[in-house]
Write a protein that binds this ligand. Structure first.
Ligand code: PAF
Length: 293
């Protein structure tokens, strides 16, 4: 495996590769990233993992400075997962001058995460577009733990006709259900014990919607009302345990809009702060189809 820090050497290394698979990361890798690398191996002739903590996607007062950085360990993990090239550019390589050209994401950038972190998705789309130009992958893989990011990046690829096939990886969880995240490293022991509650509350929302009796209960009003109640209950439980939820909401998988009649493919998403750590998670689910009439 080679570790490369500049675009010139990267292009030279990748010249002639038939199918390049890119796994963009901000480092501090865990099994979620490594599962994407393994999936990329099946999709491409050469797997590139990029490691770059992207200043542009952090707002003022967010954790850019303290974001965990562990390049040596990341390189070791990537080698073990069968990655062929690590692209770990410095700030100068990605942003030799203050970035003045941006990718403006779809309006999806304004809701949920975007409402709490203005400009976040513009920073994500801009760096991913730059990484796509530098690596020129045929396939790119992203974890669906960052569900809204995944949807927004798919819209970017489609909206700008980028010649990249997007593959979404399932969220990898610890045995107690906590979604793996580099930010879990911020949790102290008692917060780590409490952290799986976020996933439990998402599961409770899913269970309450799936328990609705067919078929009359599945009118839009019932689903929307039930979703609202279940999310309010879930947020109240989190608050009672010391969390500060930013949102807990049921949306359509396809475009993160509120469910409309007949929508069965849904996702419940949440973001909440536990102490100084902000965690996000989501669960995709499908409501059973009931005969009408
Ligand atoms: O999901 C991440 O780690 C980052 O948002 C990404 C896609 C690598 C862009 O910096």
């Amino acid at each position: 495996m080679e570790v490369i820090d500049n675009v010139r050497a990267l292009r030279h290394r990748l010249a002639g590769e038939r199918a390049v698979g890119l796994v963009p990361t901000m480092g501090s890798l865990h099994e979620g990233h490594l599962s994407l690398v393994r999936e990329a191996r099946a999709e491409s002739s050469c797997v590139v993992a990029s490691i770059f903590v992207n200043r542009l996607q952090f707002g003022p007062g967010e954790d850019f400075d303290r974001y965990p950085r562990s390049l040596d360990n990341d390189v070791r993990l990537l080698a073990g997962a069968g990655c062929q090239v690590v692209f770990a550019p410095g700030e100068q390589e990605l942003y030799p001058r203050p970035q003045q050209v941006f990718v403006e994401p779809s309006p999806l950038q304004q809701i949920l995460e975007g409402a709490v972190r203005p400009g976040h998705f513009r920073g994500v789309c801009t760096v991913v577009m730059k990484l796509f130009q530098m690596v020129q992958p045929q396939v790119a893989l992203f974890g669906k733990k960052d569900y809204q990011q995944w949807r927004i990046l798919c819209e970017m690829v489609e909206g700008l006709a980028l010649p990249v096939r997007m593959v979404g990886g399932e969220t990898i969880r610890a045995a107690d259900g906590l979604a793996l995240s580099s930010r879990n490293a911020y949790l102290d022991a008692s917060q780590r014990a409490e952290a799986p509650r976020l996933h439990q509350q998402l599961q409770a929302v899913v269970a309450s919607l799936q328990a609705m009796a067919p078929p009359a209960d599945q009118s839009l009003a019932s689903v929307a009302q039930q979703a609202e109640h279940a999310c309010a209950d879930g947020a109240a439980v989190l608050r009672s345990r010391g969390w500060e939820p930013d949102y807990l909401s049921v949306r359509r998988q396809q475009d993160l809009a509120l469910p409309t009649p007949g929508d069965r493919h849904l996702v419940v998403l949440a973001a909440a702060r536990l102490g100084t750590t902000r965690l996000i998670d989501n669960v995709e689910f499908t409501l059973p189809e009931f005969p009408h009439g």
